[in-house]
Design a protein around this ligand. Structure first.
Ligand SMILES: Nc1ncnc2c1ncn2[C@@H]1O[C@H](COP(=O)(O)OP(=O)(O)OP(=O)(O)O)[C@@H](O)[C@H]1O
Ligand SMILES: [Mg+2]
Length: 293
């Protein structure tokens, strides 16, 4: 990854960092809007500033600012309920489908305002694809699952073009050899690990720029998990990947940077090896050493 990430004193949080010194290592308090480490990047894919998310009157995300670099794999970790999925869903407006959910702040993908009311959300989700915790193939054939997105977005004019997209996507997802002779079989009859790789193939079939993954391996056995992790490494050559995981080993294996969330705050973002060997914030340290979570 050649994008430079920069310390928390850069970017829009100047307002907060100018007035609030970074917490000392012993300090277990979280200062709102202050993230220790390297939350910013030069020329980011996502530029997220002062993001807050409410469910009704409850504030689930508390003034978070973060850049996500191009072609980086960034892992979101933290205790259950700290807001990882909520923050992830902001990145392709998946929260729109939750009636009581309201998102505030500035969220940009390249130069686009993600929350511009005129934004075509279907088009946005083709650029920012998502893979969920539980594989959710459509009750259609393997072929039709992968062809679904390219068809609705008009990406293939001829059957042979569509065949190529389906084959390439299944190859990239590491599934082609297992399914090439049964593309007409119904997808829901595959194993869990195969279904998850099919969902990844479906997500990448529309050539997204970003893939969001919310605990993509939590329902998989170690072999299927290893296959998906290999895939993440391969995909990171062409895509930006944001992965939520409860497995710190997984975050350590697949990500360049790791972001630690706590009660709706973004406490620390740093290079992954630093987070796991020399965390800057005492809350991060408590979490990675298993003192809570
Ligand atoms: N649809 C919803 N309606 C109301 N509150 C919600 C909704 N989804 C999440 N929340 C609340 O927002 C907070 C953050 O939840 P979120 O699901 O983002 O956490 P998480 O870090 O992904 O947790 P987990 O690791 O358990 O998946 C929690 O307090 C949760 O109860
Ligand atoms: Mg979650």
């Amino acid at each position: 990854m050649n994008t430079t990430v920069t310390a928390g004193t850069a970017g829009v949080s100047e307002r907060q960092t100018a007035t609030a010194p970074q917490p000392a290592r012993e300090d277990t308090a979280v200062r709102e809007g202050v993230t220790v480490g390297m939350p910013f990047a030069d020329d980011p894919k996502f530029r997220l500033r002062n993001v807050e998310v409410f469910y009704g009157v409850d504030r689930a995300i508390k003034n978070i600012s973060l850049d996500i670099a191009r072609n980086e794999v960034i892992a979101f970790i933290g205790p259950s309920g700290c807001g990882k999925s909520t923050f992830l869903r902001c990145l392709n407006r998946m929260n729109d489908s939750i009636d009581i959910c309201r998102v505030k702040g500035s969220l940009q993908l390249d130069d686009l305002d993600l929350y511009d009311p005129k934004r075509d959300v279907v088009e946005l989700r083709a650029r920012v694809g998502m893979v969920f915790q539980k594989p959710n193939p459509f009750p259609k054939s393997i072929y039709d699952n992968v062809a679904y997105g390219p068809r609705i977005h008009g990406l293939a004019n001829r059957k042979s073009d569509l065949d190529d997209i389906v084959e390439n996507s299944l190859r990239k997802a590491g599934l082609w050899n297992e399914v090439k002779d049964r593309l007409d079989a119904v997808a829901t009859g595959m194993s869990g690990g195969q279904q998850q790789r099919l969902c990844i193939a479906r997500a990448i079939a529309v050539s997204p720029e970003v893939v969001l993954m919310d605990e993509p391996c939590s329902a998989l056995d170690p072999i299927a998990t290893a296959r998906v992790e290999e895939l993440i490494a391969e995909l990171s050559e062409s895509y930006t990947i944001v992965i939520v995981t409860h497995s710190m080993q997984q975050a350590a294996r697949v990500s360049h940077r790791t972001a630690y969330f706590h009660l709706g705050h973004l406490v620390e973002v740093n290079q992954t090896d630093k987070v796991f060997t020399a965390p800057e914030h005492s809350l991060t340290e408590s979490y990675i050493t298993g003192r809570f979570g």
